[in-house]
Design a binder for this molecule. Structure first.
Ligand code: GLP
Length: 240
């Protein structure tokens, strides 16, 4: 695991974007695994800026997102479908058919999992972007998830719902379950880029870097991957 410490969120976003931009320049038809949450927003803004400067194009890029809430209309302001379109896809030349986001809304959720998992089996993700939850979750793989888990429906922990309630009007509106790539799917990416910013991530970053590999702290699995870059700002690194 390569740890890169930077000053603040702005620098983190720039350094993380450079990793993605360099990959796109070297392989214009690469496949990206993308994440939602506040952590990668700055990274996406830098990608949009690079696109606007004609440094990169998304016309041959395929993307696969980590997760989506269940039982939330994709057009809801807080769906990850909406998030990805507002924060990246609407601003670049990606083709809609090359965008893959799990569908969490339907009568047969297990079938939706199988379908997304099939897509992931056929895909080969060059670079997976990750944030980290306060409890160490990646995607929506909550503590206790098996490292062998593939795409599944997860009941969200109260900690995760609390953490995410800032995006909704009240805790009651925060979905109770989600569809997520499993840890096994995430680990199949050739390179993994995790970004963590701010004091609220300091405990998680400490557990990730100093702790052992354990299913009670999902992100620790990344220590078993051979190509992981972790970019942290000073606040997130404050307990190291
Ligand atoms: C959500 C997402 C994760 C994300 C995490 C942290 O639960 N499913 O993919 O990493 O939140 O979010 P944030 O970056 O907003 O702290």
């Amino acid at each position: 695991m390569k740890i890169v410490e930077v000053n603040d969120y702005q620098e983190l976003s720039k350094v993380a974007a450079k990793v993605v931009i360099d990959l796109i320049k070297a392989k214009p038809n690469c496949t990206l695994g993308l994440a939602t949450g506040s952590s990668p927003i700055g990274l996406y803004q830098n990608l949009i800026a690079a696109y606007n400067k004609k440094e990169i194009s998304f016309k041959d890029i395929k993307t696969y997102n980590l997760d989506e809430y269940c039982n939330l209309d994709i057009n809801h302001s807080q769906s990850y479908y909406t998030f990805m379109h507002e924060n990246l896809f609407n601003h670049v030349d990606i083709k809609e058919e090359n965008i893959h986001i799990p569908v969490g809304n339907g009568s047969d959720l297990n079938k939706l999992c199988d379908e997304y998992n099939e897509l992931l089996h056929k895909a080969s993700i060059d670079l997976q972007v990750l944030g980290i939850g306060g409890n160490g979750h990646i995607g929506f793989n909550e503590p206790g998830t098996s490292f062998d888990q593939e795409t599944f429906i997860v009941k969200l922990t109260e900690k995760t719902r609390e953490d995410n309630k800032r995006f909704f009007n009240s805790i009651d509106e925060v979905p109770t379950s989600a569809i997520t790539m499993g840890i096994k799917n995430i680990m199949q990416a050739k390179t993994i880029l995790l970004v963590a910013s701010g004091k609220s991530k300091a405990e998680a970053v400490k557990a990730l870097i100093k702790g052992g590999v354990t299913e009670t702290f999902p992100a620790s699995v990344l220590k078993n991957h051979k190509d992981v870059i972790v970019i942290v700002d000073k606040e997130a690194a404050s307990l190291l």
